[in-house]
Design a binder for this molecule. Structure first.
Ligand code: NAI
Length: 349
């Protein structure tokens, strides 16, 4: 494990030596002001090492902001590993990763993310206790975080829709991504009586969900321009950009995907177009709330309470955005930075 850098962007950037697997990895620790850095481990194909480091740093900062606003006693970090090109021993790779996490002595707590699974984290657990998102055992918090993420997004969507006088019963909601979170969210919305439009690049997946819920299926290339009341991005990041934002025909954007805005200024564009944006890391915190509760040995009840507060926090942010005449994503970033700075100040004093 080598310390690469220590600048304004992150507290530390650690290299994970995976040469033996034809791979490499980094752990970006953005902030430990509020507690150990918590965030998932992503296994993904990156064009080059710089892309991988850039993604790790961006994701780690997002985790700092998400954890701070969710009121969790954790800072933000992220592990990003290059997916080996050829055949490899996956268990051995995650054992090596786990050993490297043990070397960080708890400064970073890992969990699953895009490309990694509960089974991978069980392997990591064999090497270190600084991991969560494991098989659910007993009555405590833990297990699959997706239902909690969906529950938080749903509550947030109800709150945001209320602020624009939009009842979700009968509202038309377009969901991009019929995966774990998108699927759970669709079921909650169907129960509420929303009219659903679903899309996924995996058309069979979207078809199955549409059939289950009596939803309309549209193409993955159409969903961002569907005429609807709400858009819920639940696939990948950076979907709101110079091309897609002008084409939106919704009043509210509220979904689970991380980093939905290609750049911060796309939040300004949404505001200028009269579209309410529920900042992604505020509304999708249910999963990390569950993961952190598992790590701390907390109860499901504590997870429920924290997830319920997501809607309250979102209402405050939307109110402040109106008062300050600012985009909601910028207000959320400011509040998160203030919390982290206050904790850094308190630690230094
Ligand atoms: P998933 O992998 O189960 O589902 C994502 C779905 O999006 C897949 O079915 C995939 O085929 C589809 N997809 C990919 N690109 C697409 C495109 N261009 N158009 C339409 N569909 C597309 O992932 P999961 O767990 O449901 O997560 C969804 C998003 O929410 C991700 O961005 C993830 O980072 C974020 N998130 C997930 C959390 C969780 O608890 N699972 C927690 C916080 C954020």
């Amino acid at each position: 494990m080598t310390q690469l850098a220590n600048d304004d962007a992150v507290e530390a950037l650690h290299v994970v030596d995976l040469d033996a697997f034809g791979s490499c990895g980094v752990v970006a620790v953005h902030s430990t002001a509020l507690g150990p850095a918590a965030g998932g481990c992503r296994l993904w194909h990156y064009g080059d090492e710089q892309d991988m480091v850039t993604d790790a740093v961006r994701l780690a900062r997002g985790m700092s902001y998400k954890n701070a606003l969710a009121g969790l006693p954790f800072g933000g970090g992220k592990a990003v590993l290059q997916r080996p090109a050829g055949a490899h021993d996956r268990a051995a790779l995650f054992r090596a990763f786990g050993l490297a996490m043990e070397g960080l002595a708890g400064a970073y707590v890992t969990a699953e993310d895009v490309g990694t699974t509960v089974a991978d984290m069980q392997v990591v657990r064999g090497q270190t206790r600084y991991v969560a998102g494991l098989n659910h055992a007993g009555a405590g918090a833990g297990g699959d975080p997706s239902p909690w993420t969906a529950a938080g997004v749903f509550k947030a969507m109800c709150a945001a829709a209320e602020t624009i006088g939009l009842p979700l019963k009968g509202a038309r909601v377009a969901i991009q991504g019929a995966g774990n979170v998108g699927g759970h969210l669709a079921r909650l919305l169907a129960e509420r009586g929303a009219e659903l439009v679903v899309a996924d690049v995996d058309e069979a997946r979207a078809h199955a969900l549409a059939r289950e819920l009596g939803a309309t299926q549209v193409g993955a290339d159409e969903v961002l321009a569907v005429d609807a009341d709400v858009l819920a991005p639940c696939a990948l990041g950076a979907v709101l950009d110079d091309v897609t934002v002008p084409r939106l025909k919704v009043r509210l954007v509220c979904g689970a995907a991380n980093n939905q805005l290609a750049e911060d200024r796309h939040g300004d564009m949404l505001r200028a177009q009269g579209i309410l944006y529920a900042p992604d890391y505020v509304v999708n915190a249910g999963g990390i709330i569950n993961v952190c509760a598992e790590y701390l040995g907390e109860s499901t009840r504590q997870v429920e309470d924290r997830v319920a507060r997501i809607a309250v926090r979102l209402r405050d942010i939307l109110r402040l955005a109106n008062e300050r005449d600012m985009a909601s994503n910028r207000v959320a970033d400011d509040l998160a930075r203030e919390k982290i700075a206050a904790a850094s100040g308190a630690a230094a004093a």
